[in-house]
Design a protein around this ligand. Sequence first.
Ligand code: ADP
Length: 766
Amino acid sequence: MAEKIRYPRLFRAFSWTLLAIGLAFLVILTRATPPENWFPLAVFLPLVLVADRFAILMPGNVYLSLETTFHLACALIYSPVMAAWLAGISTFISELVIFRRLPDFAARTAGMYIVMWLVGGAAYNALGGAVPLNRLAGPELGYALLLFLTVTAVNYGVMAIDSFLRGTSFSDYMFRVAPRIVMFKAAFAPFGISGAVTYTAFGPIGGLFVALGFLTATVAVWGLQQVSEQLQQRMATLDLLNEIGQTISSSLEMEPLLNLIYEGTSRLMDASNFWIVLYDRERGELCYELIYDQGQRYPPERLPYDPTRFLSAYVIERREPLFLSTQEEVQKVPIYLETTGSGRCPESLIAAPLLFRGRAVGAISVQSYEPHAFRREDLEILMMMATQAGIALENARLFREVEASQQYLRAILDSVDYAVMVTDLNGRVRLANRTTENVFGVHESEIINRPLADVIGHQSLREVAERITRGEVTGRESIQVSLSDDRIMATQVAPILDAQGERVGYVLAMADVTALHRLSQLKSQVIRIASHDLRNPLQLAGGFFHILLEELPPLTEMQANLAQRITHHLKTMERLIDELLELERVEISAERPEELLDMGLLVQQAASEYRWQAEMKGLRFWTEVTQDISPVRGNHRMLLQAIGNLLDNAIKYTPEGGTITLRLWEEGGEVILTVKDTGVGIPPEALPHIFEHFYRAHQPGTEHVSGTGLGLSLVQSIVREHRGRVWVESEGVPGKGSLFGIALPAAREQPERYPVDLPDQENMVQ
Ligand code: ADP
């Protein structure tokens, strides 16, 4: 709950004592005054209150009103004691009602005015000053002026004590404020004196006319002042908003904007205390980004978000502006109201939430140590600034967040071993990580915004870059790039898609695979040399063995069995070597799949080669080929080998009496081929490994079937080389068999014709 904020104890004691003493003297001095003599009070009181209501604010923040003029006229027409009553009552009412000050303060003012007029009156009487004043010349005029000076001198003295007791700047009051008050009051003194003389000469009506004339003039000046002030304020506000707009559009940094808002605000209103707070929702904290107290900047602070303790959180929570003009109003707010900075308590304040898309993202407040420092227009200005500041600060905050996450991403990108480059849709480099800089020996700044094709002078990359600019790279692509210094980079290019699936750029990731490449080359070399060196002696051994068998006398059953086994194993070894060499050839892409092939013809060719073998084993062999199938781009020998391997397996793993079905059709832009058998099937646990090098599933009943475990690997490599898919389906149930499928992308052009010797029309399905 708010702590009651009060004036210093000494000041309060001084104020009430002064008032009590003044009143005591007044009561004693006027105890014998008959009731009809109080009438002047009824005339002067409204005049003085109206004068106070239309007090004109003069340069130096000093109010000028006809108040003292009327007090003086009253003293010179009736008596200084009546003027003391008038001054006491009128100032007490105006302090409370018009200027909305605390009773302690009103007591001080009323007490001071009573004492001023009592002292002044005593001096005037002692000199023998005339009441009513009837001459604007001679000693009478002198005494009247002296009365005014005495009153002013007492005023000056009491204010000095007051400023000392209240702890406000004594020197500021003595040398800046007080001389101005005296000057302005002195300027009005002649009106009071001449008013009194007019009254004496022309009676009460004449005096009233003069008084009303003065009053009308001050009200008119007051009105003009209001209008001009409003205009000035509006212009200054427009200027400021304009400036804020420019700052927002020219920079995303917060600091210049915050300073501008502070400077602009302090030009427009009393920004003795000023702060801008941002609400950090995630951490539940208030960040006081800018704090100014009496012109001094305080370092930023972070405080917990507590709407029951801090004004900023209170405003953010309620999402409504606050307008408090007096201590009383300030005290009604259920929070502790110390100013951020010096920690004093403001007498009036305005505050507004910073709103961004309906959410309160912070708050701004201007506070003064004087009551009534702000007008409704000031709050309007503050709210306008809050709107601007809300947008700008939220943008700046988002920018900072984006920047932080960008730095985070950057750090991740820089720490990977891949050279990563990001291009826009036109193939211009937008980002390159540190590995890119190291690999290509360039600095990021040298390649940013340059076309990718210019950055890397490699032919295949340039082709990719050109395809990127033509928008032809629609999916992930892999290429191998050899740099001029013999390094090999495995490169992947892929489009970057936004949330709507629209392409927004491309990413290239390059890994240095030189070492792997060398290893692979070495492996290929070893396989080639070993295979050739093995194949010759093996063929020789086979040949010699054959001759030997022919030369030998008829063999016993056991010898014949052994001889058969030797032949079988020699053949298996020969096949292993052949398949290894073939696999190697496919994997190093020695032959490129470049012809346009009619798959129908190719399937018939394969079928005619294997039909005989199937029938020999007592299997039924079917082919189903649909007509008008698009050609595929490929290598005839390789594809024939792949289909052959599938058919060979189907025959091998299907017992006598089974069926093998070879199908070919086109679907969804793909030419699809399947080989289905009714053989032993493949157990589910073997399915994921079936295409691995040297993998054999060893199903029951296949123990006698020889093989190398390379046939399906070869099929897979060939299909991949053709950018196709290969798959297997089997429930692992003997008799239900397996299905192997190959899908190749259909090419649109017509195939080149090539000779096919054995067309197989018998089982063609139309
Ligand atoms: P292999 O030379 O052993 O046939 P493959 O790579 O061609 O080598 O095949 C790997 C394994 O897959 C074979 O050992 C076999 O267990 C299984 N397999 C391949 N085709 C079939 C099929 N049509 N039916 C059942 N099992 C098969």
